[in-house]
Design a protein around this ligand. Structure first.
Ligand SMILES: *Cc1c(COP(=O)(O)O)cnc(C)c1O
Ligand code: SF4
Length: 516
């Protein structure tokens, strides 16, 4: 029975056939490849022959006839290739199509691969430099190794005033003066560990998240009341949805982010909430059988003591209709020293009863160091998922290279990218960090087909619930805002960052300082 060629192979044979003459040397080489292909019981020599024929022809050389090969010779090898290949892949499919498709696909990521390690290095790649910073900061603050490696040592030495800031980071005087002006009104705090991630480059993506600049107090705009103002049915609880609630368990964070959506709620000082407040929240949750998922947030859930966390998770696990819990925390990024054996045990105990997910916030690959990666690895072994909610922020992750590398780097650190938030319009304090909606969409949609599917987050606007910024949900624009269709019903007006003006002001953030 004659071997049946498929379309890809017929095309390939057509392509490599033709007139012309070959040199003796070329003929000898091609004959040798043919002999190898005939003798071998693998596919590689067959592929090599067809490749050579195709390349010769593409380069303007003659068809296979010129090398003394016949169509019958080649068809015989085609049949042999199909027979050997486990999935009956034809030589036409492999040489004529697949390898070309892969080459073309490679071109889509060529630019990203060339730029990611220099434009958006991870904290693992920068580790030597971070270690140098650690040595310097440790000595400036008079910290011992034990201080450095403990949570209490990190918090006890946190950088929360201009004097310490100036000692730890070499910032221009006018910058320090502005920080002094801003911290009269808003809190600044970062751990020495988090400060050690900062690199001496203009608008470093870590310093932008931790040290406020003049815009925070100088930008004029209306502050929209926080979510809690009309979404809090009971103390400590925010609720948009019938089946998920957020329990704001503390107002404390190990570092305060310059882009904090909860800035109003964080307030001016650390507070401990009373048992009575927790009890009212728990009573409410217990009285609503529709609620199944409780998001313990803050502030930062890992700023609760181990005993409080164990108590709270236990109370939630005791409620029949609560089927799962989430813990919102940035502590593994800012203060990985917090992740102790007891905390891990608490997570596992509760996860054994009903799933626990840890939801974190990492905005740049630079925040993933060997230490934070280890913390996430330890956590991921004890819970059902570790998810990331990044905020799209100017200068921090507002390019394809930065955001793709963030998503890939966290995935390599046992974390699943979950959401990317368009930075909210609620607070003029961080208007300057906002990125236009369309820019974020280009960055996220560009990921499809180019990085692992489960490294691709959903792009979201937080506007009375989380609205995916799919084209279908964006109903139109008016006066600098988009009208969003909420998937569950209704429309909402969501002011956008100005797409025209975006990126034009060269004095953005730290670029305005140190100039005479
Ligand atoms: C973010 C948030 C949730 C959780 O939303 P998911 O889309 O389920 O992640 C629930 N309640 C409130 C108040 C929130 O802010
Ligand atoms: S960790 Fe979250 S709640 Fe705390 S300051 Fe940062 S953004 Fe705000």
């Amino acid at each position: 029975m004659a071997f049946q060629l498929d379309g890809f192979t017929t095309d390939l044979l057509e392509q490599i056939s033709g007139n012309g003459t070959a040199t003796d040397v070329d003929s000898t080489n091609m004959q040798q490849l043919y002999a190898d292909a005939t003798a071998s019981d693998g596919t590689a020599p067959i592929v090599a022959l067809f490749h050579a024929l195709k390349n010769a022809k593409t380069a303007g050389g003659p068809g296979y006839e010129a090398y003394g090969l016949t169509r019958e010779n080649l068809v015989e090898l085609c049949a042999k290739h199909v027979e050997i290949d486990e999935h009956s892949v034809t030589i036409g499919g492999r040489v004529g199509r697949a390898l070309e498709i892969i080459t073309d696909a490679g071109l889509r990521v060529k630019d990203y691969l060339a730029r990611k390690d220099t434009e958006a290095p991870s904290g693992i790649q920068l580790w030597d430099k971070i270690l140098e910073n650690q040595t310097r900061i440790k000595s400036v603050l008079g910290m011992t190794n034990d201080d450095w490696n403990s949570f209490s040592g990190q918090l006890g030495n946190c950088i929360d005033n201009t004097e310490t800031l100036q000692k730890c980071l070499d910032l221009p005087d006018d910058c320090i003066q502005d920080v002094a002006r801003i911290t009269e009104k808003y809190r600044m705090r970062m751990t020495p560990y988090y400060a050690s991630l900062i690199q001496p480059v203009p608008n470093d993506p870590v310093i932008l998240q931790a040290v406020p600049t003049a815009e925070m107090v100088d930008t004029v705009g209306e502050e929209i009341p926080p979510v809690a103002s009309d979404h809090s049915p009971v103390r400590l609880v925010d609720q948009f949805y019938p089946r998920v609630v957020a329990l704001k368990s503390t107002n404390i964070c190990a570092m305060y982010c310059t882009h904090c959506l909860r800035i109003a709620h964080i307030g001016g000082s650390d507070r401990t909430f009373s048992k009575a407040a927790y009890q009212e929240a728990l009573d409410y949750i217990a009285s609503k059988p529709a609620i199944r998922d409780v998001l313990i947030t803050g502030g930062d859930a890992f700023m609760l003591s181990n005993s409080s966390l164990r108590w709270l998770l236990g109370k939630l696990d005791d409620i029949d209709h609560i089927k799962m819990k989430r813990l919102g925390t940035r502590v593994p990024v800012t203060t990985p020293q917090r992740i102790d054996a007891e905390l891990l045990d608490i997570l596992e105990e509760s996860n054994d009863k009903k799933p626990v997910r840890v939801v974190t916030q990492i905005n740049t690959a630079q925040e993933i160091t060997p230490v934070s990666r280890q913390a996430f690895k330890d956590i991921s072994k004890r819970v059902s998922a570790v998810l990331n909610q990044a905020v799209l922020l100017r200068g921090i992750n507002d390019s394809k290279v930065k955001m793709w590398h963030l998503c890939e780097t966290i995935q390599e650190a046992y974390i699943r990218p979950y959401y990317i938030f368009n930075c909210s319009y609620r607070n003029p304090q961080y208007y300057h960090m906002r990125v236009p909606i369309q820019k974020g969409r280009d960055i996220v949609e560009g990921m499809y087909g180019n990085i692992s599917g489960d490294a691709i987050p959903r792009y979201i606007a937080a506007a009375g619930g989380k609205i995916p910024l799919h084209r279908d949900n964006v109903q139109g624009r008016e006066d600098g805002a988009v009208i969003l269709q909420k998937p569950w019903g209704g429309e909402v007006r969501y002011p956008d960052a100005d797409p025209e003006g975006y990126g034009n002001d060269t004095n953005f953030a730290f670029n305005q300082y140190g100039k005479k």
